[in-house]
Write a protein that binds this ligand. Structure first.
Ligand SMILES: Nc1nc2c(ncn2[C@@H]2O[C@H](COP(=O)(O)OP(=O)(O)OP(=O)(O)O)[C@@H](O)[C@H]2O)c(=O)[nH]1
Ligand SMILES: [Mg+2]
Length: 717
């Protein structure tokens, strides 16, 4: 296979709105570059990139697909990422491997959270960004509005380089305001176009946009600005140098136009990218460390230096086995190389190296700095690991991944599969770090978490296909807490006489709700006190106020142990009790029959009885959520949140998005992500974090108490 220098590579991360045409764009690029002989489509599931059965079924991208083709002597690596917010993790992987974020927004929906996630991700990686506004042919589209929204959101650096000469069904022309030409595309989807002068009707608009483009190019270079003011224009050569520099510096974000399914605007985009987009040598290298010393390392970006590879994705494919995708950040990699995985210290032999176009893989003999490829059969290398030459100890800063917003409990459909499920879920997490699993020991459930319900659906399907185990998803058990509202005094005598030695212990408790920085009633003399942080959140304030040796000091820990046992198992509904103050103020011992066990039992039972008299109640977990939605969906989303017992705590505009902050009970958030997506045609997204426990409405508490009767076993001696 042909070898390329680093300068002759362009790595484009295709990111942005769900359904904007990224996969269709990649397909048109591969077709125009003669990498494939026929252009596949989304509707019949025949594109190179969306080849997984799940993608074909759902008509959306789910996995990041690295594709490649040659255009104008340049090798393009196209990282086709999904736009649906459930698969945001893949976007971050694409942005690590790419040098330019090509952010798609279709002019029907306007920029969505998918575009915003891409923009923020590009900013984090400090890589160049460009915009492609798609679907100018769609009758429902509004091209100028979409452009205005993007400029409104991302500033005046968003610079129009192309605009459609006509819109709607007859769309076939693009005005290039850099070269001041009208490009008329062939209707046969070949990507071919003819060039002519801009017609009079469009000239004024084109002139104004050309002027802005030139100003934006010259803006940050004083010398160029002076030339521009003197001559009123810049030469083609000057413009080219300036444009390249400004794009790489993230000072100018070119905005282009395309109708990917019609193969209009794709070839002209590639030519523009070939000329003006940064090569891998212009990309800011990600931060890195020496894993042995913890000292920062600057990767020198030397194509002839020691190898450093970032693993940006791993995937196991039924027809290929375990595939590890990498991007070369230093040196060059050839088959037979022994590299060290500095993330875990293991040595890995690189056997064959491949470049992929969907299902098709080709062996290659060398991939140089900036290039992207895959290896198979590595022993212990996962996403976010760094492979490097033995003499170059380095770990590249990990790709950031979003925290989960959706959970489900899983139940195995057949007995005995538990181990296989655990192995499968663990492997799926290594493949996709935005997917998590844990065993909730309080609820005795295995919980899977991810970026949305579609994400979890996909995971459960993969578990079946790859590991042969079937599971069902259920709402996770809500971790309610028991607490008390009132105060109570109680005593308990534990006495047993069976044959030989007997059991005797008596304790007297006072219980009340515990609130930080409050004092116990003055009538109790505090001999010793302890603030115990409970593993289920909350506090036990345990006060020993025994006077006159009613209970020997050696039995006090046993009493406390009994209380903690009862708190852990719950009193009224089987949920842990939190935030209580217990004052042990009296008791009785027997000279022979008293022992630790007896006091533990007495402590347990006395606590239980005291709680029952202290107006027990249930508390529910409340989450703080931040929902980002397009303005037009705001009313629906707010209405829905109030229906979910949500309390809005803030609202802010961000471009044409609204960011809503609210406190919502966790019980109402099950499958919220799917709901939000359907309310916003997939354009809304949210994040969540635990806020606090709160009392719940009586009728809901009654329901939970009723349900708990089936599982909660009352405490007995
Ligand atoms: N009208 C119109 N439709 C288009 C155009 N390009 C793509 N589409 C359609 O838009 C839909 C989504 O296209 P995709 O290529 O899957 O979009 P995507 O951005 O890859 O979508 P995700 O990966 O799921 O985010 C498909 O039905 C395409 O046929 C276009 O230029 N004009
Ligand atoms: Mg796609």
């Amino acid at each position: 296979m042909k070898e390329y220098t680093s300068n002759a590579l362009r790595n484009l991360a295709l990111v942005g709105n769900g359904g904007a045409g990224k996969t269709s764009f990649a397909e048109a690029a591969l077709f125009s570059a003669k990498e494939i002989s026929r252009m596949g489509g989304i509707a019949d599931g025949s594109t190179v990139s969306d080849y997984h059965p799940d993608e074909i079924l759902r008509h959306i991208s789910i996995n990041l697909s690295p594709l490649h083709c040659e255009w104008g002597g340049i090798k393009f690596n196209l990282l086709d990422a999904p736009g649906f917010p459930d698969f945001t993790g893949e976007v971050n992987c694409a942005l690590r491997a790419g040098d330019t974020a090509v952010i798609f927004a279709d002019c029907v929906a306007g920029p969505s959270t998918g575009a915003d996630i891409a923009w923020n991700g590009a900013e984090h990686e400090k890589i160049a960004a460009a915009f492609v506004v798609t679907k100018p042919d769609a009758p429902a589209g509004n091209y100028d509005r979409a452009v205005a929204q993007l400029q409104d959101m991302y500033g005046h650096g968003v610079t129009v380089v192309q605009f459609p000469a006509n819109t709607g069904e007859s769309f076939n022309g693009i005005v290039d305001v850099l070269r001041m030409k009208l490009l008329t595309f062939s209707t046969d989807k070949s990507g071919a176009f003819t060039e002519e002068d801009i017609p009079a009707a469009l000239k004024e608009k084109a002139d104004a946009l050309h002027q802005t483009l030139v100003e934006n190019i010259a803006e940050s270079d004083e010398e160029m600005m002076n030339v521009f003011f003197e001559k009123g224009s810049l030469t083609e050569e000057e413009l080219a140098i300036g444009l390249r520099r400004e794009i790489a510096a993230r000072a100018l974000f070119p905005l282009m136009c395309a109708a990917p399914v019609l193969n209009i605007g794709v070839t002209s985009f590639l030519t523009f990218a070939e000329r003006y987009f940064p090569s891998p040598l212009d990309r800011p290298v990600p931060a890195a460390k020496n894993p042995n010393t913890g000292v920062d390392v600057t990767i020198p970006q030397n194509p002839n230096g020691e190898q450093a590879l970032c693993i940006f994705k791993t995937v196991s494919e039924s027809h290929l086995g375990e595939l590890t995708f990498f991007r070369v950040f230093n040196g060059a990699v050839t088959p037979g190389a022994d590299l060290v995985n500095f993330s875990n210290g293991k040595t890995e032999r690189i056997n064959q190296i491949y470049v992929l176009n969907g299902k098709t893989r080709k062996e290659t003999s060398k991939l140089i700095l900036g290039d992207i490829g895959a290896v198979v059969k590595l022993k212990d290398t996962h996403t976010n690991n760094t492979l490097a030459a033995k003499t170059f100890p380095v770990t590249i800063v990990p790709i950031p991944f979003p925290i989960p917003v959706a959970d489900a409990a899983i139940i195995s459909k057949s007995k005995g599969d538990e181990e296989k499920i655990a192995t499968g879920l663990h492997a799926l997490h290594e493949e996709d770090p935005t997917f998590h699993m844990h065993v909730d020991s309080e609820a005795h459930q295995t919980i899977i978490s991810g970026q949305g319900e579609q994400h979890l659906d996909v995971i459960v399907k993969r578990l079946k296909e790859k590991y042969g185990v079937e599971v069902e998803m259920k709402p996770p058990r809500i971790p309610y807490r028991e607490a008390i509202r009132g105060r109570a005094k109680n005593s308990y005598r534990h006495k047993k006489q069976s044959g030989g030695a007997g059991q005797f212990a008596e304790v007297h408790f006072y219980v009340e709700p515990y609130k930080p920085n409050t004092a116990p009633p003055a009538e109790y003399h505090v001999r010793t006190e302890e603030l115990i942080d409970l593993p289920w959140t909350g506090t036990l304030h345990f006060i020993n106020s025994i006077v006159g040796g009613a209970i020997d000091a050696k039995f006090i820990p046993a009493v406390k142990k009994g209380i903690l046992e009862s708190m852990g198992r719950g009193v009224i509904a089987g949920y842990p009790v939190s935030d209580v103050r217990v004052i042990l103020f009296d008791g009785m011992m027997h000279p022979v029959d008293s022992n630790e066990n007896a006091f533990r039992t007495a402590g347990r039972m006395c606590f239980r009885n005291a709680v029952l008299e202290a107006k027990p109640l249930l508390m529910e977990p409340i989450y703080e959520i931040e929902v980002t939605v397009p303005e037009e969906n705001m009313g629906d989303v707010m209405g829905d949140l109030s229906g979910k017992r949500g309390k809005i705590s803030g609202m802010n505009a961000n471009g044409h998005f609204q960011v809503i902050n609210a406190h919502v009970p966790l019980a109402e958030l099950y499958q919220y992500s799917a709901r939000l997506r359907s309310q916003t045609q997939g354009r809304g997204a949210f994040s969540r974090s635990f806020y606090r426990y709160e009392e719940m409405p009586k009728e809901i508490e009654t329901k939970v108490l009723e349900l708990s009767k089936m599982t909660h076993v009352e405490e007995v001696e």
